[in-house]
Design a protein around this ligand. Sequence first.
Ligand SMILES: CC(C)(COP(=O)(O)OP(=O)(O)OC[C@H]1O[C@@H](n2cnc3c(N)ncnc32)[C@H](O)[C@@H]1OP(=O)(O)O)[C@@H](O)C(=O)NCCC(=O)NCCS
Length: 164
Amino acid sequence: MLIRYETPADFDAIHELTSIAFKSMAFSDGSEADIIRALRADGDLTISLVAEENGEVIGHVAFSQVTIDGSHGGWFGLGPIAVKPELQRQGIGKALIAEGLRLLEERGASGCALIGNPEVYSRAGFASDGQLKYQDVDTKFVQRIVLRGPAPSGALKFAPAFGD
Ligand SMILES: CC(C)(COP(=O)(O)OP(=O)(O)OC[C@H]1O[C@@H](n2cnc3c(N)ncnc32)[C@H](O)[C@@H]1OP(=O)(O)O)[C@@H](O)C(=O)NCCC(=O)NCCS
């Protein structure tokens, strides 16, 4: 498996993969694939990585800028992330996250935040101390990994493509 930056040739495959992976998720409103296209169109898709095997896109993760209490401060958001359903729970998501975090760190980012299942993301080093807040979501789902500087507190806001 190869993890690499997306190219224009991947755009449709990323869209399809994301639609399929989120289809059966109860929490999904089916907007995730369109969010990726909107992030790209807005110039907000800071890092977009694909996992490729035998020429097929089997996983994808997006990172975009976020603000915390209105200031960017070098923070990014992880998501959407998707792995081909038949290949989930084999470490592909974790590998995509690890590579994305490595690239963010290389770029001098302060950290990365996400809204998600703590069981999945604690394995990749994410945690919640209750200080980062997102709308009325229980703070245990609002997780972050600090790459440099202090742990953040305040209201998390994603890029406009997320329609926050
Ligand atoms: C979430 C997703 C991207 C994870 O990718 P993945 O390749 O299946 O995840 P990994 O195999 O790398 O698993 C990472 C860790 O999370 C755990 N994990 C993965 N899915 C889990 C689940 N549904 N429940 C609990 N733990 C889970 C794994 O056991 C693993 O822990 P380990 O390293 O201790 O073994 C993938 O399941 C997916 O595409 N889901 C549908 C779309 C979605 O929900 N996206 C995220 C929205 S927040």
